[in-house]
Design a protein around this ligand. Structure first.
Ligand code: NAD
Length: 450
């Protein structure tokens, strides 16, 4: 079966490269000519562990190719994975205009029947709308389009691993033929029938992932409901951290014990600067908007959003208390990406932090091994350094905004000696408070006794 990917951003690239890796013939199409030129030359425009070699080897093997001619990919594919962006409008409503444009292209270019698989995160009932749009836009050609939903649960930073070892595959379909086609696409993953590029020494033993078949509406809802719940867990931990700060309790002790309860689980309970990235912030806003449209008051999620937005100001308040005045102070930022192992800065808490510091006329230096170029485009006045030690040099305070392992492994005595004042504000609870104090730092973190 020939597979085409419409939109080679984060999700499209990982999907295309992984589907090629498990044996399919894949064409990736993107409307951004610069991105396509880079990909054709074997350059992956995002940082994602394991992705570069996967793209390179599948290009070489002739299983994967890229084109800027979206029509060519549409005509060639039996199954079309739509992986375009679905950003929020100012109201929170999901902007589906990119998806609508893709639907027009599919309808006008297709000559043979197509299975149209939506991987973009969309509000429930979008699949129905897409099916309707395709038949209206394609009414002259009378090509048959069958729409289904296949939400993507990969996590940036471990995206290749997650795609090839998913905890579940969800498909929303309206008929058995579409279910069969999707099963065929994912069969090598269900059977563990591929050479895993992540586990060189062989994959750990595990059961095949559940293959969950639902209606299109349910599949769309599963994605929004999952992301909203994850956001809720993070905000819960962050609210606990605030309580702990005020009562001299330790949020890490509390969440560790909570997480050992299998009904709660340990993941997404880390207190810090809050969630960012291209998914959680926009998906909860879209979900709130959707619920309100149908008369459900989802103020629970509004609180999740409010708590998330309060995390950066809370850490800044600690900085203000310690530094008194921020103006003209030299402040270092370690980490810009919204989380470790990605160069994605969409909705990254570090951006809010920098914005406030610049507004208050602090002098800001920053370092992130992967995300500096993207941040430079937004904040050209920040001084970007070649290594983390240069960020610390002469600084009045050092913020940790991303949990990169590199920062855990720094020679912190060297950092201390180079700072004007050894003040560390750890927004990711990355370091051990006792060790930092023993090293002579003033060390402030989130929800742990100072
Ligand atoms: P992205 O912005 O990185 O990529 C979208 C790509 O689509 C861009 O390269 C753009 O040039 C291209 N594009 C837009 N219109 C096109 C068209 N008509 N034809 C061809 N290409 C077109 O977005 P992303 O992060 O990959 O997310 C895509 C979708 O997947 C979103 O709905 C997102 O919510 C969802 N999602 C993202 C993640 C994630 O971790 N990034 C995880 C799960 C789901």
């Amino acid at each position: 079966m020939q597979i085409s990917i419409i939109g080679c951003g984060y999700v499209g690239l990982v999907t295309g490269a992984c589907l090629a890796e498990i044996g399919h013939q894949v064409i990736g199409a993107d409307s951004d000519p610069a991105k396509v030129a880079a990909l054709k030359a074997g350059k992956v425009p995002i940082y994602e562990p394991n992705l570069d070699p996967l793209v390179a080897s599948n290009l070489r093997a002739g299983r994967l190719s890229f084109t800027g001619d979206v029509g060519e990919a549409i005509r060639a594919g039996d199954a079309l994975f739509i992986c375009v962006s679905t950003p929020p409008l100012p109201s929170g409503e999901t902007d589906l205009s990119v998806l609508d444009r893709a639907a027009r292209q599919i309808a006008s270019e297709a000559r043979t029947p197509k299975l149209v698989i939506d991987k973009s995160t969309v509000p429930v009932q979008t699949g129905q709308q897409l099916q309707r749009a395709l038949s209206i836009y394609g009414r002259k050609s009378s090509v048959n389009f069958s729409v289904c939903s296949n939400p993507e649960f990969l996590r940036e930073g471990t995206a290749v691993l997650d795609f090839l070892h998913p905890d579940r595959i969800v498909i929303g379909v309206e008929n058995e033929k579409d279910e069969r086609m999707l099963r065929e696409i994912y069969q090598p993953i269900l059977d563990r029938r591929f050479n895993c590029p992540v586990h060189a020494a062989g994959c750990p033993p595990e059961d095949p992932p559940p293959f969950l078949v639902s209606t299109i509406n349910d599949a769309e809802l599963i994605k929004h409901a999952s992301n909203s719940f994850l956001a809720l867990k993070i905000s819960y931990a962050n609210l606990l951290a605030d309580v702990c700060d005020r009562l001299s309790a330790n949020v890490e002790q509390v969440t560790r014990a909570m997480g050992l309860d299998p009904r709660i689980g340990p993941q997404f309970l880390r207190a810090g600067l809050g969630f960012g990235g291209s998914c959680l912030p926009k998906d909860i806003r879209g979900f709130i908007w959707l619920a309100e449209r149908v008369g459900v008051d989802f103020s629970l999620l509004k609180e999740v959003e409010r708590i998330n937005k309060s995390c950066v100001p809370r850490l800044l308040e600690k900085a203000r208390k310690a530094l008194w005045v921020l103006k003209e102070k030299q402040i270092g930022i370690l980490g810009l990406a919204y989380k470790a192992n990605t160069d994605d800065i969409r909705y990254a808490p570090a951006l809010d932090l920098i914005q406030i510091l610049l507004t208050e006329e602090a002098r800001v230096r920053a370092y992130d091994a992967k995300a500096m170029e993207k941040t430079r485009a937004i904040f050209p006045s920040v001084q970007y350094t070649q290594n983390p030690y240069q960020v610390a040099d002469g600084a009045d305070a050092l913020f940790i905004a991303t949990e990169w392992q590199e920062f855990r492994d720094l020679d912190w005595s060297r950092v201390r000696d180079s700072m004007a004042r050894p003040l560390v504000l750890d927004g990711r609870n990355l370091l051990d408070p006792q060790q930092m104090k023993a090293l002579g730092f003033e060390y402030l973190s989130m929800g742990r006794p100072d």
